[in-house]
Design a protein around this ligand. Structure first.
Ligand SMILES: *[C@@H]1O[C@H](CO)[C@@H](O)[C@H](O)[C@H]1NC(C)=O
Ligand SMILES: *[C@@H]1O[C@H](CO)[C@@H](O)[C@H](O)[C@H]1NC(C)=O
Ligand SMILES: *[C@@H]1O[C@H](CO)[C@@H](O)[C@H](O)[C@H]1NC(C)=O
Ligand SMILES: *[C@@H]1O[C@H](CO)[C@@H](O)[C@H](O)[C@H]1NC(C)=O
Ligand SMILES: *[C@@H]1O[C@H](CO)[C@@H](O)[C@H](O)[C@H]1NC(C)=O
Ligand SMILES: *[C@@H]1O[C@H](CO)[C@@H](O)[C@H](O)[C@H]1NC(C)=O
Ligand SMILES: *[C@@H]1O[C@H](CO)[C@@H](O)[C@H](O)[C@H]1NC(C)=O
Ligand SMILES: *[C@@H]1O[C@H](CO)[C@@H](O)[C@H](O)[C@H]1NC(C)=O
Length: 372
């Protein structure tokens, strides 16, 4: 076989958040939330999960062609709430808290949003109070204190998302001090941060804490979520037994249990699906782990390739490696290129990290099913 590799790829820039892309399908049949879930699980993967503004924009495009007033998505309220950050983190970043002692105590009975006070400690508060707030701007990695116009927590979230990235998440003590300093000279004692008590869970078990409620929602007594037909497509909570059209999403990854060389695997995915998978984020790695553990070979090919001329590893999707999960000692720039070229695979078991192997090894592999 004769192949020409072209490594003149348009490398994307590191630092951009990559999430699992979801392909959305609108189903124009009236069903209850549970019936819709069963339908989606049978025909696609599950009811739709929406993990960030980019996916919200994709959903917007899907819905542009559809007339429905409301359509189910895969979000349902459970009885127990948890404190979550407005912006989802998948990697150990969600454990820092600096509650004042005795907080959160839900003293008002409806205190589902968090503030930082001038003393640097956090308190739970009613989300509909008008307060200044701190946004995070991921592009420039800076915090911004907004106090000219006070807003409710949900309005503040919308403001931050549309103008910057999101309400601020406080990841550690240094961050907390920085934010405390920013708010120090405010006339208000308290400012919103991006922490909220939320009891909603995704049907597909996705951990995303992205929510896009209209500012008067959710009301807490209605337990299933639907996207509205308005221009903005904000989410509403609706009684789960109502009959509505719905949105499913499709599985992004497929394990192919054939034993093929890396090139054969690449070719197979490109002919039958979309591509050999490129694992560009922590969340994607979690999905890959899930899929890979069902493999019949010890390792599973990824779209990960070493280029002997430039001495770099890259994703066949066309990007450099930003997120990485190499097993210790693997993925170095100075691979042995004297024999056979090497490609990357994920361990089917154990810690499920990445290793490199000669390209002629015959392994199971994972295809992505569509472009993101
Ligand atoms: C679903 O129900 C709504 C309201 O009852 C109705 O207007 C619509 O035509 C129904 N759609 C379908 C596909 O049956
Ligand atoms: C959806 O599209 C409309 C225009 O058709 C736009 O006004 C709105 O901001 C969009 N919403 C999102 C979430 O992208
Ligand atoms: C979140 O809010 C619910 C409903 O008010 C409450 O029962 C629950 O204790 C809260 N959870 C936490 C962790 O504060
Ligand atoms: C919480 O905030 C206070 C005041 O800024 C600070 O003194 C304390 O060290 C913080 N605690 C933690 C665990 O970060
Ligand atoms: C974004 O900022 C502008 C200027 O500060 C403000 O007028 C606008 O309302 C903000 N966007 C949102 C959605 O709040
Ligand atoms: C906060 O402000 C104080 C006083 O201006 C300064 O000493 C300290 O370094 C600042 N801390 C941070 C984390 O910016
Ligand atoms: C600010 O809020 C905290 C927490 O509620 C409170 O302990 C403190 O006394 C308040 N300070 C002022 C100046 O209001
Ligand atoms: C692929 O290889 C594994 C391990 O050698 C073997 O157990 C499995 O049966 C093979 N699968 C096929 C389809 O040949």
């Amino acid at each position: 076989m004769f192949w020409i590799i072209s490594v003149t790829i348009f490398f994307s820039v590191c630092g951009v958040t990559v999430n699992i892309p979801h392909r959305y399908h609108f189903v124009n049949e009236n069903k209850t939330w549970s019936e819709a879930q069963t339908y989606c699980r049978g025909k696609y993967t599950d009811l739709a999960t929406i993990s960030n503004m980019d996916e919200m924009k994709k959903l917007n495009i899907t819905l542009k062609k559809e007339p429905a007033n409301l359509a189910w998505i895969g979000l349902k309220s459970e009885s127990v709430g948890e404190w979550k950050w407005s912006q989802t983190f998948y990697k150990g970043g969600d454990t820092y808290r600096n509650w004042s002692s005795g907080e959160p105590n839900n003293a008002g009975g409806n205190d589902h949003c968090a503030v930082i006070a001038k003393n640097g400690f956090w308190y739970d508060y009613r989300c509909d109070l008008m307060l200044p707030f701190v946004c995070y701007d991921g592009k420039n990695s800076i915090y911004l204190f907004v106090q000219i116009k006070k807003r409710t927590w949900y309005e503040a979230q919308t403001f931050c998302r549309e103008n910057y990235t999101d309400l601020v998440s406080v990841r550690n003590q240094a961050g907390n001090e920085l934010i405390r300093n920013l708010t120090r000279n405010s006339v208000n004692n308290r400012s919103w941060i991006g922490l909220f008590n939320d009891s909603w869970k995704w049907s597909d078990q996705s951990k995303s804490s992205f929510r896009y409620w209209s500012s008067d929602k959710p009301r807490d007594d209605l337990k299933c979520a639907a996207v509205s037909g308005s221009e903005q497509h904000y989410w509403s909570d609706v009684s789960c037994t109502e009959q509505l059209p719905f949105i499913c999403h499709e599985k992004f990854l497929i394990l192919i249990k054939m034993n093929l060389s890396w090139w054969e695997a690449l070719n197979y995915c490109r002919n039958h699906h979309h591509d050999l998978v490129s694992v560009r984020s922590e969340e994607m790695q979690l999905w890959v782990k899930d899929v890979a553990q069902k493999a019949s070979t010890e390792h599973v090919w990824l779209g990960l390739r070493h280029d002997c001329v430039q001495r770099i590893w890259f994703w066949v999707y066309g990007s450099m490696i930003c997120y990485q999960n190499w097993a210790p000692g693997y993925g170095t720039w100075n691979e042995d290129c004297s024999q056979e070229k090497r490609s990357g695979a994920v361990q089917a078991g154990g810690t499920q990290q990445w290793i490199d192997l000669p390209e002629s090894y015959k392994l199971n592999f994972i295809c992505s099913t569509y472009d993101d």
